[in-house]
Design a protein around this ligand. Structure first.
Ligand SMILES: [Zn+2]
Ligand SMILES: [Zn+2]
Length: 142
């Protein structure tokens, strides 16, 4: 049996169930994530969309498309961010901090070129995205 996790908004009105393991775990420093989360950095986990489904409060979710690439979903009640769908690549980014009982093990940083804060943790830092994820793969200093 694949492991399952619950990811909930701040008030708990919206819950998503995640099955199995994410494809990738990372920190995203892009201005779009920061503006949406009102946070200096985003702890992200990318899951195949088939492994993520809303199990509670699906009708209480509001959608914000800051760009067509990222469909950002939040709870209407508390305003808390829940997840970001990337329909063009079939990946759902679930906020690591919302996943109950999940051990966040980030492997790299993306959009470090746009960063507000520096995190000197020795992990690879990409100016935008790794090549395998559609970026140019350019690495930058911590
Ligand atoms: Zn909520
Ligand atoms: Zn981002």
């Amino acid at each position: 049996m694949a492991k399952t996790y619950k990811a909930a908004c701040a008030c708990g009105a919206v819950e998503a169930e995640l099955t199995g393991a994410p494809l990738a775990q990372m920190y995203c420093h892009c201005t779009d994530c920061r503006a949406w989360l009102n946070a200096p950095v985003h702890a992200a986990t990318g899951w195949p969309e088939a492994q993520v489904k809303f199990v509670k409060g699906a009708d209480n979710v509001t959608l914000y498309k800051r760009t067509e690439k990222s469909w950002r979903k939040s709870c209407k009640t508390c305003g808390g961010a829940v997840l970001v769908e990337h329909p063009q690549i079939g990946v759902v980014d679930v906020l690591a901090s919302n996943i109950q009982g999940f051990e966040f093990e980030p492997a790299f940083h993306v959009y470090y070129g746009e960063r507000m804060i520096s995190l000197k943790d020795g992990l690879p830092k990409y100016a935008n995205m790794p090549k395998e994820m559609g970026g140019d793969g350019e690495r930058v200093q911590e």
